[in-house]
Design a binder for this molecule. Structure first.
Ligand code: BGC
Length: 269
């Protein structure tokens, strides 16, 4: 049976190396089919990225209707649809109206959201922060450090605590998982020397009730989380690499409503 429109959306995750897309079952927080991935164009200018996004958004006609809204994650500050920073992406994005650009390219209503914010929404609806009250902080450890703050499940958008200045450094340049690779640190060294300092500072400023760790390394969280000694419980994300896509789709459907006309097309027989 084809899913009905209110339960489905499309999510696209724009990252430094790949752009990934999947139709999402919003009841379950899962992909309806395996995601598609395209290499991020080089240079990753807004126009070049928009072309890839348009192709990917049109790739699931049997799962989502033409009018279903599209949720997109982007690894920078996104204020009311406009990119405001570009720590690890092409600088030409700064000031670009990402929502306008992508809705013109795809012909859909598009909601663009910071990548960590999208992941946090998904973890709160379906994963490690499910139903958590109080202050939950999600941190994604990857090329940089993304952060997202939820207060009783409500997102405070665009927190950029990955860029806290700690000991004179931009924190992500000392504690992101790319730094562990680059400097050849063991998981124990990375945790004890870099993450402990980072999370101590974050706790001192925010006093979260729960910390969720996302990003690729959340798969192997048992190699470094046990070395951390913090006040709040710190747990790995549960949705792993689906969180951004699921969260973005969720936010887009909440914002724009489901598809405008009678649901997803029936599969052809
Ligand atoms: C950016 C954030 C982003 C994070 C993870 C940081 O460098 O400033 O906006 O969420 O990387 O991609």
């Amino acid at each position: 049976m084809a899913p009905s429109a209110p339960r489905t959306g499309i999510g696209i995750d724009i990252g430094g190396s790949g752009i990934k897309a999947a139709p999402v079952d919003l009841e379950q927080g899962t992909f309806l089919v395996e995601r598609l991935k395209t290499a991020t164009p080089r240079p990753a200018t807004p126009e070049a990225v928009a072309e890839v996004v348009a192709d990917l958004a049109a790739s699931f006609p049997e799962h989502v209707s033409e009018s279903a809204p599209l949720g997109v994650t982007f690894p920078a500050v996104i204020q009311h649809g406009v990119a405001r920073s570009a720590a690890n992406v092409d600088p030409s994005w700064v000031g670009a109206d990402a929502e306008k650009l992508l809705s013109e390219a795809t012909g859909r209503a598009v909601g663009v959201v910071n990548d960590a914010d999208a992941a946090a929404v998904a973890e709160h609806r379906y994963g490690a922060a499910r139903g958590v009250r109080g202050v939950a902080l999600l941190t994604t450890l990857g090329t940089g450090i993304g952060t997202a703050l939820l207060v009783d499940g409500r997102l405070v958008p665009n927190t950029e605590f990955g860029h806290l200045e700690i000991d004179g450094y931009d924190a992500e340049t000392r504690a992101a998982s790319s730094v562990q690779d680059r400097e050849g640190l063991s998981y124990e060294q990375w945790a004890r020397e870099r993450l402990q300092r980072y999370y101590d500072e974050v706790e001192r400023l925010l006093w979260p009730d729960l910390i969720v760790v996302g990003g690729g390394v959340s798969r192997i969280a048992d190699r470094f989380l046990p070395y951390l000694d913090l006040n709040a419980p710190i747990v790995p994300a549960e949705l792993r690499n689906t969180a951004g896509i699921v969260g973005a789709a969720c936010l887009a459907v909440e914002r724009f409503g489901p598809a405008r006309t009678g649901g997803a097309p029936q599969p052809s027989t």
